[in-house]
Design a protein around this ligand. Structure first.
Ligand code: AMP
Ligand code: TRP
Length: 325
């Protein structure tokens, strides 16, 4: 299978990114042809600092490597370095009704959040994402559930193109994790964890032990005392149980039993310890990789070359079918 996914270089990864997306990527790279991109052209659709973008790109590359993506097993590259992404996005825009873009949940949310920065790029965001995926004729797109709507639109766009111009694209399938498709904020457990929307409720993947402890101990829990998984009535404790389960590999019921007579405080202490131990290797590896800029740039350059070969070949097909070549 061919796999494509990407993350925007907007600052340190958090455990939601990891459990929703990257953890799956690390497994998938073993047996599939995978491309994982640093999608910088998507990152510039919301307010950002140009002076920090290159730094964020290199850091995200280091973070990809630190959590276990292996450049021998997958293609790691920066989206803007392969021009075909922008070129195909333009073309896809010419066959996509405006209404379909306006109804995207992410567009509505982000325009509400940045009312003075509702640029056309924000509206066209899903076209670029569709281009990312379709250029490589990916079969599967491993992402968190918030991105499902975009992958569905991508399928629709592929169908429409193929019908009008001939069969070029593959219809990709979204691949959600069995558990962890939407990790909630530690401060507001009915909202998804997000670095930009709610930094306090967001647990970074590379945070220092003291910070992890602080954030976990002050996580919002529910009234009552019972440690029980019940996302509707007990969203706070359920989110923590889910995180516990995903990092420990233990089933939720087993954890509930273990803490049957325990307090929220004891449970949180134990979760903090688990997270500190689980995340320590990532943090160390990231730190080490950040000192190896030349090595990281070389990996991205190799990735660019490989990705570009595929992208150019698809673009040639697209242009031929459309009468542009
Ligand atoms: P982003 O930071 O928006 O570029 O997201 C990168 C990836 O992480 C996407 O596949 C998202 O679906 C996923 N993701 C982001 N936040 C969460 C979350 N709170 N829970 C699960 N997955 C998430
Ligand atoms: N839109 C995705 C997000 O916000 C990032 C992304 C861009 C992506 N292009 C993609 C994800 C292609 C999967 C496939 O998280």
């Amino acid at each position: 299978m061919r796999i494509f996914s990407g993350i925007r270089p907007t600052g340190e990864l958090h455990i939601g990114n990891y459990l929703g997306a990257i953890k799956q990527w690390v497994k998938l790279q073993q047996e599939n042809e995978c491309l994982f991109s640093i999608v910088d052209l998507h990152a510039i659709t919301t307010p950002y600092n140009p002076k920090e973008l290159q730094k964020n790109i290199l850091e995200l590359a280091a973070e990809y490597l630190a959590v276990g993506l292996d450049p021998e097993k997958c293609i790691l590259f920066v989206q803007s370095q392969v021009k075909e992404h922008a070129e195909l996005a333009w073309i896809l825009g010419t066959i996509t009704p405006l209404g379909e873009l306006k109804r995207m949940t992410q567009f509505k949310e982000k325009s509400k959040k940045h009312p003075d920065y509702v640029n056309a790029g924000l509206l066209n965001y899903p076209l670029l994402m569709a281009a990312d995926i379709l250029l490589y004729k990916a079969d599967l797109v491993p992402v968190g559930v918030d991105q499902r709507q975009h992958v569905e639109l991508t399928r629709e766009i592929a169908r429409r193109f193929n019908k009008r111009f001939g069969p070029v694209f593959k219809e990709p399938q979204v691949l959600l994790p069995k558990m962890g498709e939407k990790i909630m904020s530690l401060q507001n457990p009915t909202k998804k964890m997000s670095k930009t929307d709610d930094p306090k409720g967001c647990l970074g993947l590379f945070e220092e032990p003291e910070e992890i402890k602080k954030k976990v101990m002050s996580a919002v829990t529910d009234s009552g005392k019972k440690i029980k998984y019940d996302p509707k009535r007990k969203p706070g404790i359920s989110n923590l149980l889910l995180i516990y389960s995903l990092f420990s590999g233990k089933a939720i019921e087993k954890i509930e039993k273990e803490f049957k007579d325990g307090s929220y405080k004891n449970f949180k202490k134990s979760l903090a310890e688990l997270l500190i131990n689980s995340l320590e290797p990532f943090r160390k590896k990231r730190k080490e990789l950040l000192t190896r800029e030349v090595y990281i740039k070389e990996i991205l350059e190799q990735g660019r070359k490989k990705a570009q070969l595929i992208a150019q070949s698809t673009m040639m097909e697209v242009k031929k079918q459309m009468g542009l070549f």
